[in-house]
Design a binder for this molecule. Sequence first.
Ligand code: ATP
Length: 374
Amino acid sequence: MTALTVVRDEPAAGTPMLDAHLVVDRAGFRLDLTLRISAGEVVALLGPNGAGKTTALRTLAGLTPLHRGHITLTGQDLDRPDTRRWTPTERRPIGVVFQDYLLFPHLTALDNVAFGPRRHGLDRHRAREVASGWLTRMGLTEHARRKPRQLSGGQAQRVALARALAVNPALLLLDEPLAALDARTRLDTRAELQRHLAAHPGATLLVTHDPLDALVLADRLVIVEHGQVVQEGDAATITAQPRTDYVARLVGLNLHRGRAAGHTVRIGSDFSLTIADRHDGEVFVAYPPSAVALYPRRPDGSPRNVWPATITGIQRHGDNLRIQLAGPIDVAADVTPAAAAHLHLVAGQPLWATVKATETRVYPAAPGDRNRVE
Ligand SMILES: Nc1ncnc2c1ncn2[C@@H]1O[C@H](COP(=O)(O)OP(=O)(O)OP(=O)(O)O)[C@@H](O)[C@H]1O
């Protein structure tokens, strides 16, 4: 019997694909980011406005040169300023889906997708075959002859994704891929995108400031603030143990950094919280806004942490109200509309806030944690 040899140029899942140290200096801003992504892995680069996400993506795509560092993809240096290595955008094995898709308006969906394979050397007929296959996978067969302006937002997004994937990229870059869609379409498209990303054998970097996109689509989250990584890991770890104010807000937790001694954590110079378990040294204390209860007068005889607070803001939050409070520690509290009415909550109002020791989650703060949370 003859052995059947299957030739695959797909990398085995887990093979290191991207190894990058991205350094870009601008007046008042420095990007200094290390990124490693394996075959089949989807990494979300998440961060607030101005954190440097787009700059990172542009360096990988070859639209912004590095000042220092390197971009190595499947062992090839694409950008390495110290050896003057530079591969132009069109020669990088990278597919990009931009926020607004950037489809060619004068080309049909089919020719938009065929553009990449053509550029990579396939003849017109073969490139169209490949493109047609991708449009079928995206459920767009009957839209192949349409121009971008005849497509809905969700369809244009799928054409852009097909175009990026049609060149079999070692690295797929997605820049806020769902941002241009309305809420309903975004929901369907997110689920569909998840399927396509799971099938993509290369590495994927998703740039977003939507935590839901990151949580649903990515295997690993890299969180950047001020051009630097402040936390990275899987969604479960990050949501359980946020290490900066931004991440805590993202996952909906109150967060303080302090010094623990036994069951007490000193926060700032003259405030302490009692915690359930013993800890020593620098720690984070996290608890959800739903764990903070509000009282018009100081509740006594209770084992809870109690402190005076003033309302600085009230917003709707799902079925509840989220109350922002200033005091010895700044916190958010969630209350039901009935409780808010009962307490006659208004901005500027003094109250008493409480949280039970057993509702707090305490974990060590690494010495390297940036953006200290006080
Ligand atoms: N072309 C440019 N020239 C000079 N400075 C720039 C340029 N583009 C961005 N910046 C600055 O570089 C920093 C990082 O911006 P960048 O767009 O990468 O952040 P971002 O995380 O993508 O933000 P957003 O979520 O708002 O898109 C910001 O301070 C920004 O003002």
